[in-house]
Design a protein around this ligand. Structure first.
Ligand code: GDP
Ligand code: CA
Length: 310
């Protein structure tokens, strides 16, 4: 079975690791958020693509939840000592990848082409695509002002409540080469347990990607990033409260109106199943905490089971 997966960083990366364990990786295409991308110290950084690359290559730091394992920080210490821009933490090993990518982009290579080269160099067998090669940047409007995504998320510790999320450049952004083909050839579309607003939202802000999902002929299954109404990590629950009025599984389903046929929810949220059904979305109740390889595989199997019941 061919699948296309919309993915953010950490939650998406964990889910993709489960998927490539239970499916032929050659049949898996990840379509990854680039709204978080930024330039730091002259380097092009794509945090969500990197989380996916590192996770699938088996070199991610699983405890920290971002960046590479066995990381060292000498370059950043030097930046700090010299009074450089040090709010965004770049490890030494991580920097190597940013150097290669930045050099290629500066030479005119599209992000999708660089990503394909990095994917191959890291020995990854599935396809990893940025949602778009065009510039698309997430902004959040808060009572304390409007901020670029990473400025809000990292520098301000995502403490400001979010009233609105905006995607600069989305109107002109075209799907990266291969994205529409992957969506059209897939027998199942998946939305990873990523933040609906700031990880999946920027992907769906690319009009032709959203339209491909709206006009799908195959099922689309999302996995909720909340367990017991709480995020495993990050601001998803707070954002859902403020922007959708609550953190139930039905409110997660409402983030994807007309876009999903089923929602995988945690056993802790089983009481929400009827409310999800009432939205015309089939609830699939299972354990969704991806604490180890077995749990990741089980969650992937649960999401894939939607094909059988569609
Ligand atoms: P980011 O771009 O690195 O912030 O990552 P994503 O948006 O892809 O993932 C963040 C979301 O993943 C958070 O809302 C978490 O609640 C969710 N998440 C992380 N680990 C798990 C897990 O094991 N199970 C589930 N269901 N969600 C998870
Ligand atoms: Ca992200």
């Amino acid at each position: 079975m061919r699948v296309a997966v919309l993915s953010g960083g950490v939650g998406g990366a964990r889910f993709l690791r489960g998927l490539v364990d239970v499916l032929d990786p050659a049949r898996v295409t990840a379509i990854v958020n680039v709204g978080d991308d930024l330039e730091v110290l002259g380097l092009a950084v794509s945090p969500d693509l990197d989380s996916v690359l590192y996770a699938l290559a088996g070199i991610a730091d699983e405890e920290r939840g971002w960046g590479r394992a066995d990381e060292t920080w000498s370059a950043l210490a030097t930046v700090q000592a010299l009074g450089g821009e040090d709010w965004f933490r770049l490890g030494d090993r991580d920097l190597g990848l940013h150097l290669v990518r930045s050099d290629a982009l500066r030479a005119g290579e599209p992000l999708s082409a660089v990503t394909a080269r990095l994917t191959a160099a890291l020995g990854i067998d599935c396809t990893i695509l940025p949602a778009t090669d065009d510039r698309l940047r997430t902004w959040v409007d808060t009572p304390n002002g409007s901020f670029e995504f990473q400025h809000w998320f990292v520098a301000r510790g995502h403490r400001d409540p979010v009233d609105r999320v905006r995607f600069e450049g989305a109107a002109a952004a075209r799907p990266a080469p291969g994205v529409l083909e992957a969506l059209h050839e897939a027998e199942l579309l998946l939305i990873a347990p990523s933040n609906p607003f700031v990880s999946i939202g920027p992907i769906l802000a690319v009009e032709r990607i959203r339209a491909a999902l709206e006009r799908r002929r195959v099922p689309c299954v999302a996995v909720s990033p909340l367990i017991g109404g709480r995020a495993v990590k990050g601001p998803a629950a707070l954002m859902l409260s403020r922007l959708e009025g609550g953190t139930s599984a039905a409110q997660v389903a409402q983030c994807y109106p007309g876009l999903i046929d089923a929602l995988v929810i945690d056993e802790e949220d089983a009481a929400d199943a009827d409310a999800v059904s009432e939205l015309g979305v089939r609830p699939i109740v299972t354990r969704t905490l991806m604490r180890d390889a077995a749990a990741r595989r089980a969650l992937a199997e649960a999401a894939l089971s939607a094909v059988a019941i569609a």
